[in-house]
Design a protein around this ligand. Structure first.
Ligand SMILES: Nc1ncnc2c1ncn2[C@@H]1O[C@H](COP(=O)(O)OP(=O)(O)OP(=O)(O)O)[C@@H](O)[C@H]1O
Length: 300
């Protein structure tokens, strides 16, 4: 692994990256690696990155940004032999947390030098790519408002969530999976390949990212009085212990939203509208990712 491409998101996490490229180049050169850089613009990044990868194929591509940047690079290299590396430089860095990648970007840079390759599952949600977590309902609404705002970072997310909570009206969903059906109103519904949101909410505890299945994690409507206990469970890996939660384990699902021709969703932190019904499916072990040697559960 000699030629490395670093995909830099200049705005992610509100972190100044002015000296990042110089530091990465020096680190790589000292170890006989050659670093090249690709800056995201927020416009047509996937198409531009694919063109760049086809013209100058690297041995690995590092996403230097948050979950959106990781998802962009993951989609570009999915199904190829080129592995994804992660330098966590976003607001939340959910996938890096789930994979045990150091949250200090300087420490994560050691993946250039020491790593194992782990093959992860990915998701298709309404035909669109996701590798970490996707959802409909309350969190998707908050992510969409966050995306429209000018302020980034966790405090802005919490402020929007608090503003939207009181007036939020849960939708009613009809879910058919390859194993069961579920119908009812839901506060939010997460299609989870991974475990932990960037906010540290553990929405899908204990589920490996390479088990060939995904989970639909439902939070049903709850009274205000139940919110503190529910939040406590979500932050302490106790998702299944609440009377307002339910997890469906599956390989495929079709989700219909009562009375809606389209639904607001978020996929790996990026908001979008999807036509309903929404088909969800797993793509087993379709993405190669560089992880620290000590935490790799599955190695090649
Ligand atoms: N140069 C740019 N200018 C404006 N927006 C950009 C630019 N490059 C990428 N983006 C946008 O940044 C978003 C992805 O940000 P990313 O998720 O990596 O960071 P974050 O939101 O700060 O962190 P996290 O997802 O961990 O919360 C995408 O919506 C993308 O379109």
């Amino acid at each position: 692994m000699r030629r490395l491409l670093f995909v830099l998101n200049p705005i992610s996490g509100d972190i100044d990256k002015a000296r990042l490229a110089t530091a990465i180049s020096a680190y790589c050169a000292a170890r006989g690696r050659v670093a090249a850089f690709f800056a995201t613009t927020g416009d047509q990044d996937l198409a531009r990155l694919r063109t760049h990868l086809a013209a100058c194929p690297p041995d690995a591509v590092f996403a230097a940004g948050g979950d959106g940047t990781v998802s962009l690079v993951a989609e570009a290299v999915e199904g190829t032999a080129v592995p994804l590396g992660i330098l966590p430089l976003g607001s939340g860095n959910g996938l890096a947390k789930d994979l045990g990648i150091p949250l200090d970007p300087q420490e994560a840079l050691h993946l250039v030098w020491q790593h194992r390759v782990r093959s992860l599952d990915t998701l298709r949600v309404g035909g669109k790519f996701a590798t970490h977590l996707a959802d409909m309902g309350f969190n998707a609404l908050v992510v969409s408002k966050f995306d429209e705002g000018k302020v980034r970072g966790p405090a802005a997310y919490v402020r929007i969530a608090t503003q939207e909570y009181a007036a939020y009206e849960p939708a009613t969903y009809y879910i058919e999976t390859d194993r069961e059906t579920w119908q009812g109103p839901a506060f939010m519904l997460t299609m989870a390949n991974a475990n932990t949101f960037g906010s540290n909410v553990v929405i899908n505890p204990g589920s490996p990212l390479d088990d060939g299945q995904f989970e639909i994690c439902l939070i049903t409507p709850f009274p205000n009085s139940a919110a503190p206990a529910l939040l406590y469970r979500l932050y302490t890996s106790g998702f299944d212990a609440s009377e307002y939660t339910r997890r469906l384990h599956c390989h495929r699902a079709r989700i219909t939203v009562s009375g809606a021709a389209r639904v607001l969703a978020q996929l790996d932190g990026e908001p979008c509208y999807l036509p309903t019904p929404v088909e969800v499916e797993i793509r087993p072990r379709s993405l190669r990712v560089l992880v620290p040697a000590a935490t790799a559960e599955t190695t090649e």
